[in-house]
Design a binder for this molecule. Sequence first.
Ligand code: NAD
Length: 454
Amino acid sequence: MPVHYPNQQEIGRINLMTNKTQSSKKHSSRLAGFYQRSLPDRVAQVAQWAGLDAGAEATLLGMTGLNSAQADQMIENVIGIYALPMGLATNFLINGKDYLIPMVIEEPSVVAGVSFAAKLARAGGGFNASTDDPIMIGQIQVLGVDNVYAAAGRVWDIRDQLLAEANDPSLMIVKIGGGARDIEVRPLIDTVVGPMLIVHVLYNVRDAMGANTVNTACERLAPMIERATGGRVNLRILSNLSDHRKVRASCTIPPEALTTETTPGPQVVQAIVEAAAFAEADPYRAATHNKGIFNGMDAVCIATGNDWRALEAGGHAYAARSGRYSSLSVWTADGSGNLIGHIEVPMAVGTVGGATGVHPSAKVALKILGVSSARELSEVIGSVGLAQNLAAIRALATEGIQRGHMTLHARQVAMAAGASGDMVTRVVKMMVAENNIQLERAQEIVTQLRESEQ
Ligand code: NAD
């Protein structure tokens, strides 16, 4: 969701507050004036910050990166490579550690929004985040049993054998401390196909997203389950509702940090709490509220080569767990008037496997992040989701979304009208001055400017 860039007064006030916040890392993620630098200067700065080599810098600058031969190995019928911008979110302090966070996204103002919100959170000590063990769920669907409850009992009787089979010591994942942790049985009755027994395999996938690992385990256990139940196994597949593998992130924002030119901090706190209550109560609002959260989380997923559809599927299913779709975050005020934000969301991401180790830009993104495990990556992504949520609802609850978004949106409109280089800025200035940001108007201005240049 697009957000408003803070004005100089707001930035100054927050700077004063966040300068007091100590970080345990040698260097801070507060890169003053980063957005005003040229792209090559930004790359040089982040390379120094993260200790990137010349190859990684070349990848960021678009001189190297995913090539046709690699792309051709990744999916089917490859006919090209589709590029997206990678931005860098600054100011993040998570569990006392500074992070610069690469985000890949086509939508303007998301990167600016999370960076601003991270600065606000810094004023209250940054984000606190924690994760569950990386337990994914594999599902095995058993049909054709006479008594689904008796079949469930027979699966439970062979639970130890199933776990032993899944935890074959020769498996790589078992050698590194992963493997099956438990079995669950869920009898279901369907009006069309009749009774079915769903067997869950709870599997610790360590630093992988885990889909292939879990699918392989389900296929391995299916014949044992058929023999035990006398039924027929149909599907054997991971569940994307990975609710045993959640991340939680929270932040505390002092009301002074939220003061705007026109609105005192306590009033902004109240407006944000009211906005959050709207999302909690109304699925129509919750969908947009959560979309903002995924604006942030997906962009880090994409940057790191992770499967953002898996994240979306798990998050939205979790948001509907009560039977009614609701908000993934909660915003309240504490007794001192501070704004308290909290998010809890399933987080199936990896630092190994999938595209993480294949896509050259994903490898650079992981290096910039400096995370040592999938759990740490989850904590970063959860914090980014909460930050983007704060940026969006703060803007909505104060001056509205369009003010800050207008200039950024106008840039895309100008480019769509054929402007490039300096002309983009000139077209944007004219459209903003006229308060008329439309493709047709941009095309007229581009034509006029081209004629005047001839
Ligand atoms: P993967 O298939 O590449 O497997 C991970 C591999 O890394 C395993 O062989 C494991 O042994 C090894 N490994 C090395 N070090 C490890 C460590 N520290 N922790 C864990 N494993 C380690 O990757 P995956 O995560 O099993 O599968 C992810 C891919 O599957 C994604 O590309 C996803 O899009 C895709 N997928 C998703 C779904 C779904 O979401 N429903 C279904 C099928 C496939």
